[in-house]
Ligand binder design. Sequence first.
Ligand SMILES: C[S@@+](CC[C@H](N)C(=O)[O-])C[C@H]1O[C@@H](n2cnc3c(N)ncnc32)[C@H](O)[C@@H]1O
Length: 265
Amino acid sequence: MNTPTTHQKNQSKIATSFGSASQSYDVSARLQRFSGKHLMPWLPNRNDLRVLDLGSGTGFFTDLLAGSYNQVIGLDFSKNMLQFAQQSRSKDIAWLEADAHQIPLQDESIDFIYSNLVIQWCEPLDEAIKEMLRVLKPGGLIIFTTLVEGTLHELKSSWRQVDDDQHVIDFKTEEQLDEYFNTDASSILEHKCQNIILEYQNVIHLARELKGLGANHLPKKKNRGLSGKDKWFAMTEHYQDFLEPSGIYPATYRLYSGLVVKLNN
Ligand SMILES: C[S@@+](CC[C@H](N)C(=O)[O-])C[C@H]1O[C@@H](n2cnc3c(N)ncnc32)[C@H](O)[C@@H]1O
């Protein structure tokens, strides 16, 4: 048997982390709901289309898509997420357990890809984009959101004052996304970037929400154990610098939404 590569090990840990959150995900998903709905105006208004929801999670948006389009496929690499989706969503959806870097679909077989808050987890991103473009028909669309640099900057800077370990994943910049999608093979038709500021009662509330979303696997984290009570306490003290007069703790999510077309080459 082949030994798994670092990439495969990381992907498998991300999948496990999301999988363990499959039951709590829908209650913690305020940002995901907002961002996914926000893509709706870009959806094509023909229904005879074959659609791929890439990183479908609990299938909330896959189900909405299935209400409008003929053939909908939900793809996710987390078995638990897929099981949850399969049990709770429309029977007409086809579910695929697969990695976005190796999509088990034929070339040019999909009309558009919908992907809400997934590609920030795809490393290397260019390989995932290559796969998306391979399965898309010429002229097909990628309609997606992701998080870019600036996301969770309050948490990042509070931790930075305590140690140099990784506590928040590295997000791409808007410029990097432009470079990834504006190539010979694809082009960004429209994009938007906005800060969404969510409010938390305390830092534990924020940490619980990130855990409830399964968004807590950090590939570059050196210290794999708990961060230590003292360090955690010191970080929360620094987070107080961001406290709003109302006593609420803000966390910024910098949301990038993109409409990309596969070029006819
Ligand atoms: C933040 S959740 C979003 C779920 C869903 N799109 C939604 O809007 O509710 C990210 C999902 O992407 C999946 N995911 C992350 N990286 C993936 C990859 N490389 N291949 C397939 N699925 C992936 C995770 O398992 C998780 O279910």
